[in-house]
Design a protein around this ligand. Structure first.
Ligand code: PMP
Length: 364
């Protein structure tokens, strides 16, 4: 007996982990600087860690009030009714919930290429199809309505990523509005703001009050430093609120995840420091790295380095883990997550050494 035909389904390629690289290369994990998964280099908020300890002895119970409280707190934060907030296991979970709620078998989604792989993966799991619109290195992956609408062919969901992974480019709110205006009544425009805290561009969440065809994804994995706990959410149009109970996996956002997220929301200082460091570090990388970079509004920078696989490999030898973007369809680019100030400076030094050694080695 076999599973169904999954040949169209590509496995998700995550950034490499510290333990994994240390083991492969016989290095001390403490000597490695991991800048491959856009995580928060400051770690979680101490208040979140305290909340995890405080609630650890209650995990024999299903998460109920913590989930209700988190939904209410997020609704208050964004000034939307609680029904419009769908808490999920990571923003990935929200993508699945939207696929379940929106897609009939054979319905298509339109997603950026290069882009975050899970939009297409989720659509395929839910018996949907995937079309793509191209963002180009030639104009620094600029995002506008025309680029999306030229490729649009009536898909049920259109994914916009702002800031965009892996480039860091943004889709201005007016362009989001223009896309929602121009697409069919039955097309949901999903604005993925997983990196929203790091940008100065306005969030699309207020559009969910104005109109019934925009949803927004957010996560606790990045600025809030809770990637390991898997908590995200989606703000959906009013008419979609009721669908949550029909599509969500019961109790998928865990007790400790919800408790930690509640505490993290109150720790504004931790988020502010995380955002400030990321903004500083992305400028530093752009200024100091000996390779062309793309202007980024996220907590990472895309750099054009020639042979990305080779550069990422060699950088690992020097203790820096970065993301080879070949799996994004960008074999000449690496993505470097922003680290602490010290970690970023050290990483850029080691990356510049790597680039210089490879260039010297390549000369006849
Ligand atoms: N959207 C984008 C653009 C991402 O890069 C990621 C994670 N790398 C996610 C969504 C999902 O994040 P999570 O499931 O950890 O919330």
């Amino acid at each position: 007996m076999q599973p169904r035909d999954l040949s169209d389904h590509s496995p998700y390629v995550p950034g490499r982990g510290v333990e994994e690289v240390a083991r492969d290369r016989g290095l001390d994990p403490d000597d490695l600087i991991k800048l491959s998964s856009n995580e928060n280099p400051h770690g979680p908020s101490p208040a979140a860690v305290e909340a995890i300890h405080e609630h650890a002895d209650r995990v024999h119970q299903y998460p109920k009030s913590s989930h209700t409280d988190l939904t209410a707190k997020l609704a208050a934060k964004w000034d939307v009714p609680t029904e419009q907030v769908w808490v999920s296991p990571g923003a990935d979970g929200s993508i699945d919930y939207l696929s379940r709620a929106a897609l009939e078998p054979g319905d298509a989604v339109l997603a950026p290429t290069p882009g975050f792989a899970y939009y297409g993966m989720s659509a395929r799991y839910h018996h949907g199809e995937v079309s793509e619109y191209a963002l180009s290195p030639d104009d620094d992956f600029a995002q506008d309505a025309e680029t999306v609408l030229t490729a649009y062919g009536g898909e049920r969901i259109v994914y916009l990523t702002s800031p965009h992974n892996p480039s860091g480019s943004v889709m201005p709110l007016d362009e989001v509005r223009a896309i929602a205006d121009a697409t069919a009544e039955e097309t949901l425009v999903v604005v993925d703001e997983a990196y929203g805290e790091f940008t100065e561009v306005d969030s699309a969440v207020p559009l969910t009050a104005e109109r019934d065809d925009v949803a927004v994804l957010r996560t606790f994995s990045k600025a809030y430093g809770l990637a390991g706990l898997r908590v995200g959410y989606c703000v959906v149009p009013e008419a979609w609120g009721e669908a949550y109970a029909r599509v969500n996996t019961p109790f998928a956002a865990s007790e400790l995840g919800c408790r930690a997220a509640l505490a993290a929301l109150d720790d504004e200082e931790h988020v502010a420091e995380s955002v400030e460091t990321a903004r500083w570090a992305r400028e530093y990388i752009a200024d100091e790295l000996d390779a062309p970079t793309v202007e980024s509004a996220g907590n990472f920078v895309l750099a054009e380095v020639g042979d990305a696989e080779r550069v990422a490999e060699e950088a690992q030898e020097r203790g820096v883990i970065i993301r080879d973007c070949t799996s994004f369809g960008l074999p000449s680019h690496v993505r470097i997550s922003t680290g602490t100030r010290e970690g970023t400076c050290e990483a850029v030094d080691r990356l510049n050494e790597t680039l210089s050694d490879l260039e010297l080695g390549a000369r006849p």
